[in-house]
Design a protein around this ligand. Structure first.
Ligand SMILES: C[S@@+](CC[C@H](N)C(=O)[O-])C[C@H]1O[C@@H](n2cnc3c(N)ncnc32)[C@H](O)[C@@H]1O
Length: 286
């Protein structure tokens, strides 16, 4: 386990992921009923962009820094950007929130959030970050362990409205297969749950194959994918973009995808090959 998200916090991939995550939870907040969220690969929750690791790559400068510099933004992304701005009140960009912290901001007292982080030290830091800032907000559980195992153990959840966010480090060559197994296990136990998976795009052809395997899964009725390229994929050994796969997507969120991605794409573009696409991979209800 060498991966450290602090090298990548606030980069273009975080921005795409967190903007969509924020839209999903905003949608769930629209109803009084409680929601449940499982973040299988939580990370630290909060990142110091002036820290050694973030400074070494400077990836956030091509990500959140560019987006915050825009003078106007669509409503669909304004809540997420306001959350980042509020952490940086002295006008300098220092703090970037991870998926757990953003989720905790949107949590109400009746909702439940379970955060899994395998790295023991990172799990401790995560616990400190969320417990310190949200002592009384909802039910936040931090689990120092394997997120895939937690998905199996915790589904079906006590609250039937909600989603599972799967955001692995893709350090291991079989990460896509692990995701597929996790979705298989999860859907067997909780067929109606929403599952949101983040993935890197190096070679778009490989992503096409992943999408096909998801489409072929009999447990999957509805799958939607958002794919973003920050640059043309001329070098398929590098991360050229990222995607979000949604199983049983929240319909209200799909209307927000175009305003969010049309806004982000020119800001996050690294060359003229930048583009995004959102499409149904499978919809048995259509
Ligand atoms: C991409 S980072 C997560 C970033 C976070 N979701 C965010 O958006 O702020 C992936 C994290 O998963 C952790 N991790 C790796 N394998 C794991 C596993 N099997 N279960 C839970 N966490 C794992 C890593 O230590 C790392 O902190």
């Amino acid at each position: 386990m060498n991966y450290r998200h602090s090298y990548h916090a606030g980069n273009f991939a975080d921005v795409v992921k967190h903007a969509i995550q924020w839209a999903c939870l905003s949608y769930l907040q629209q109803k009084e009923k409680p929601f449940w969220l499982l973040d299988t690969h939580a990370g630290l929750g909060m990142y110091d962009l002036t820290g050694e690791q973030a400074q070494k790559t400077g990836e956030w400068q091509q990500g959140i820094a560019k987006v915050l510099a825009a003078t106007e933004c669509p409503t669909a992304i304004s809540g997420y950007l306001a959350a980042v701005r509020q952490l940086n009140t002295d006008q300098t960009l220092r703090w970037y929130p991870g998926s757990p912290y953003l989720a905790a901001l949107q949590l109400r007292a009746r909702d439940q959030l379970t955060l899994c982080e395998l790295h023991p030290q990172d799990a401790e830091a995560l616990r400190a970050n969320v417990k310190q800032d949200f002592p009384a907000r909802g039910q936040i559980h931090v689990h120092a362990g394997d997120g895939y195992a937690a998905l199996k153990a915790l589904t079906p959840p006590p609250i039937k409205r909600g989603l599972v966010l799967i955001d692995p480090p893709f350090e291991q060559t079989d990460e896509f297969e692990q995701i597929e197994r996790a979705l298989h296990d999860g859907l067997k136990r909780w067929a109606t749950g929403t599952y949101v998976v983040w993935y890197p795009i190096k070679d778009p052809l490989k992503i096409g194959e992943f999408h096909q395997r998801i489409t072929d899964m009999p447990q999957v009725d509805k799958a939607y994918a958002i794919d973003f390229l920050a640059k043309g994929p001329t070098d398929t050994t590098r991360m050229n973009g990222c995607g979000m796969l949604m199983i049983n997507p929240l319909y209200g969120v799909l209307h927000q995808v175009a305003p969010i991605m049309n806004f982000l794409t020119p800001l996050l573009a690294q060359d003229r090959g930048a583009e995004w696409q959102g499409r149904w991979l499978k919809n048995n209800e259509a």
